[in-house]
Design a binder for this molecule. Structure first.
Ligand code: SF4
Length: 700
């Protein structure tokens, strides 16, 4: 249990990767301050000492040989090390020159959510108050934006979990859709096992028989892109079989009549025809879920990363509402947040249309309030911009000529990556902050060495909505600086230094609290001291004597009339469906050994030994049509691009679907193939469904 030795101190913090934000101690030499290893944190209530392979090795990033040590400036085609002053002056000069020539909005900022709340908050402020551009968005658009859109329209507020996860062990049914929980959020599995030991049931919706689906009571192996049909079909049965909590629905929900009418056509026969799931399994799942007094509907990117992602979210959420279970103990709705601060990172103003506290940029009172907090005139506040992928369209149109990418790697994580690469080449000037040279950074004119997650203090908000404390484990290594210092330095050089007077992250958090006060994501009552004393504090927390809100919507929802809005949406086909030329479906996802674009995990030897390259998972029956054997190479082609991949034969996938993990860059990036068709509300690209053809590669 205790791995640390004499002469070592333990610094309590959280894993840098996914939204579980597992509690851990980092072992540090008392003498040299060097990071030596990790020790599980058994008293962290959400994860109880559990860590996955990524968490166990996360500390190896800190003093990794690939760290960017000094600022880099590209001269001709080669990066040359420079001083901070030279790099920052160059950025400020170039930004000013471009703005003078082409206007304020020629600059753009692409943020990320693997950063603390303080940094996410500052990225939004930097774009609007220092650069004065309307073009700011972030990589959460590729991650949680459909969940956010769905929750806002249903509940009036976007918190990814309506209950604390420590209650999950008391639930008696889990309906998990589009989440390979066992691989993507492995340390959460303990809660499902605890509940299953007490008899809880598990229904998993996934085109693949993932390790999560394998332990389910019912596996609904739907065709990618048919979630809305399946959820409508389940709602149809819940209504028909009398599982609806009529009183709850009448008192607490709007739109039930419309929902009832819109699910009516989705009989088991129709649902089965669309989804490819047998009628028997659909009926079995509906009864299992309908009979459970404490169910939790849980979902992730599988249902969200679709051009109908928001519809999918609202329909799955409706399952919990019609059962009258949102706001109750051990029941409700929860999402598996992909990125470490996927929840907090979307609340503080990185979105193109939102200000801190989830305030709308189109609301004059919100603009007035935030302008006052920032010390600018309301007229200076830029208007809403466009979503992450649409910023590349703006580059192609010549409207954006410079971009500052912070803690993100869209050269790998955006769909149709070749278009993104071409956009980067078209820019006059690209700046990237990172601590490893990402594929995006390779396109940059200036790369700024950011301090790693362990070299600064701050807060994140885990997948429950619990605000937690990330502690500083070591001083920034080499010449790296925390992102908030870098942004403040550029702001100073752009003549906006008075708005960025911070000495440390705590000062930024104090301003963030104020900016969030009274907003849709209210952090005002949360302090660093409270977080330490209370094992984190759940927002909304409007005052320091407020206990925080582990369970949402106990009595009322956050909509104007206090009622949840049920959806009435039918199923529509994915943006691209199989055709004669592209007869199969391509879907993408994660593996346990890698995180997002892989810029961090591809540098960890142990993780690379387990999973060094992407591959194509194919059912043996599909492979036999092409006379392809396990381990052979195939060519996959979509209307956008083509790539070669090694075949992994498995019966754990639908016969019409091919799965490829997405953690690699350049010619190994499966996002060369994916479809940038966007959800009309969330502007989420359709990573999970596109049409593909396969060919066997001839040897030699
Ligand atoms: Fe926990 Fe996620 Fe880190 Fe794994 S990657 S240790 S599950 S926070």
């Amino acid at each position: 249990k205790n791995l640390h030795k004499e002469g070592e101190k333990l610094i309590t913090t959280h894993c840098s990767y996914c939204g579980m934000q597992c509690g851990m101690h980092i072992r540090v030499s008392e003498k040299t301050g060097k990071v030596l290893g990790v020790e599980p944190r058994y008293d962290w209530p959400v994860t109880n000492g559990k860590l996955c392979p990524k968490g166990v090795t996360a500390y190896q990033q800190i003093d990794h040989k690939d760290r960017i040590k000094r600022p880099l400036i590209k001269r001709n085609t080669t990066f040359v090390e420079s001083s901070w002053d030279e790099a920052l002056d160059l950025i400020a000069d170039k930004f000013s020159e471009l703005q003078k020539k082409y206007g304020k909005d020629t600059l753009s900022v692409f943020g990320g959510v693997s950063m603390t709340n303080e940094k996410c908050y500052l990225v939004g402020k930097y774009a609007r108050a220092a650069l004065g551009t309307r073009f700011i968005d972030y990589n959460g658009r590729f991650c949680m934006s459909s969940a956010a859109g769905g929750f806002l329209s249903t509940f009036g507020i976007d918190r990814g979990s309506t209950l604390p996860w420590t209650e999950l062990e008391h639930s008696d049914c889990f309906l998990i859709a589009g989440s390979n929980t066992a691989e993507c959020h492995p340390t959460s599995i303990q809660w499902f096992w605890k509940a299953r030991d007490k008899g809880a049931k598990m229904i998993v919706v996934d085109p693949r028989e993932t390790p999560t689906a394998r332990i389910a009571d019912v596996h609904l192996d739907l065709k990618p892109g048919t979630d809305s049909a399946l959820a409508n079909g389940l709602l149809h049965l819940l209504i028909k079989e009398d599982y609806v909590d009529e009183r709850y629905v009448m008192e607490r929900c709007n739109n039930y009549k419309e929902l009832k009418a819109s699910v009516d056509p989705f009989t088991p026969v129709v649902t089965s025809e669309i989804t490819g799931v047998s009628e028997e399994k659909i009926i079995q799942a509906a009864h299992m879920y309908g009979k459970s007094p404490r169910s939790v509907v849980m979902f992730a990117r599988g249902v969200e990363q679709q051009s109908k992602g928001v519809d999918n979210v609202t329909l799955y959420t409706a399952l919990a509402l019609v059962r009258g279970q949102v706001g109750n103990f051990a029941s409700g709705v929860a999402t598996f947040t992909g990125q470490g601060n996927g929840q907090g990172g979307r609340e503080h103003g990185q979105k193109s249309d939102l200000l801190p506290g989830y305030r709308k940029l189109t609301d004059p009172d919100a603009v007035k309030y935030i302008s006052k907090v920032w010390g600018i005139e309301p007229e200076e506040m830029p208007k809403p911009g466009v979503s992450a992928f649409e910023m590349f369209d703006e580059i192609q149109a010549g409207n954006i000529r410079a971009m500052h990418v912070i803690c993100s790697n869209p050269a790998v994580s955006a769909p149709n990556t070749e278009y993104v690469w071409d956009s980067f080449k078209k820019l006059d000037f690209l700046v990237v902050n990172d601590f490893f040279l990402s594929e995006t950074a390779e396109f940059a004119d200036v790369v700024l060495p950011a301090a790693s997650w362990a070299e600064d203090e701050g807060t994140t908000t885990n997948l429950e909505g619990r605000v937690i404390h990330i502690r500083k484990v070591s001083e920034p290594l080499y010449e790296s600086k925390p992102d908030w210092v870098i942004l403040s330095e550029i702001a100073k050089r752009m003549g906006k230094g008075k708005h960025f007077p911070y000495e440390n992250s705590r000062e930024i958090f104090e301003e963030l609290r104020l900016a969030a006060k009274g907003g849709n994501a209210d952090y005002y009552g949360i302090t660093y001291d409270r977080i330490d004393q209370e094992d984190g504090v759940f927002w909304p927390c409007p005052s320091e004597d407020h206990p925080g809100t582990p369970t949402m919507f106990k009595e009322t929802f956050s909509t104007l009339d206090g009622k949840a809005n049920l959806p009435a949406v039918t199923w529509e086909k994915a943006g691209e469906i199989p055709s004669e030329e592209f007869p199969h479906i391509l879907t993408t996802g994660r593996v346990v050994f890698h995180y997002l674009s892989g810029n961090q995990t591809r540098r960890i030897n142990f993780l690379m030994e387990q999973c060094p390259l992407p591959y194509a998972e194919i059912h043996p029956e599909l492979a036999s049509q092409y006379n392809v054997q396990n381990g052979e190479t195939i060519k996959l082609t979509t209307p956008r691009n083509t790539m070669d991949l090694e075949v992994k034969l498995t019966k754990a996938i639908r016969k019409d679907t091919i799965f490829v993990p997405y953690h690699w860059g350049k010619k190994l990036a499966v996002n060369q193939l994916t479809n940038p068709c966007l959800d009309p509300i969330s502007r989420m690209p359709e990573f999970k469904v596109c049409a593909v053809k396969m060919e066997k590669l001839k040897r030699g």
